[in-house]
Design a protein. Sequence first.
Length: 337
Amino acid sequence: MRSTSRVFPATRLRRNRADDFSRRLVREHRLSVDNLIYPVFVLEGEGQREPVPSMPGVERLSIDLLVEQAAELVELGIPAVALFPVVPAEQKNSSGSGAWNSDGLAQRAVRALKKAHPGLGVITDVALDPFTTHGQDGIVDNDGYVLNDVTIEALVNQALSHADAGADIVAPSDMMDGRVAAIRNALESAGYVNTRILAYSAKYASAYYGPFRDAVGSAANLGKGDKGTYQMDPANSDEALQEVSMDLAEGADMVMIKPGMPYLDIVHRVKHELQVPTFVYQVSGEYAMHMAAAENGWLDGDAVMMESLMAMRRAGADAILTYFAVRAARLLKQAHG
Ligand code: PBG
């Protein structure tokens, strides 16, 4: 006998999931090459290429090879690169004064990239850590404390030298209070009205930066020192909103949350509470974890890569700085032509 009392689910969410076409129609978020920024490490010399052991697949390149690689980035449609110089030890000192050398590695790399590929956005890192013998992002007192206001003067010089070289976006990653206002004011005074500031607003004192510090050679200098007196406490969330609001009021054009995956709650809060261009940095340690698991055959590398990037988009990130940018862009191109 047929049962008339059987209750059917009124809504079956699985209906829309039944076919690829309907999954595509109801998909809420997209990942596009337009969302990707590729961080690159640049070396002195010519024809130089060095692998970064803790970041399989990532290489430090001399300017000539970087310019060559940039052709592929342009071809793939990646909008921008974030440039990090690997500064030779003999060019470091306690005040990090190499940071604003108009003929420094970063400045030369910017000029070369903009000359060869004018349409590729170039983002520079404004912080002293690659240039200091102690590996801190600023100028320290006798106790090793990073001095805020003295450091800002150095950062302003550094940002101006990047703008002079043709950087499109300067990205202060130092976490000093008031640096965005000082940099904005200096850029305006010098006539750089359209140089954008991408503020590393909510940058946490994270252990996930380890492989990056190997890549730029600041790990050994920093030693057991940490950055907890200026980078944010991983326990805090409201404070991130305060940091972001301050940087916006000081003239930031885009704000960044860093690291990425463990901090997507922060990305979500910033995007949804402030509705501003919100970037996220999938940092070196996140890349290393994915790569290590994939190389061991414990995870499907391409699949987790794309999932992690989509998760950042879902959380609210407009753009993602990721060492996976090229690999992801290639996959996106294969999928969408
Ligand atoms: C330095 C800087 C760091 C990163 C970007 N800029 C390291 C740090 O603060 O020690 C980390 C990026 C990464 O881990 O991929 N100002």
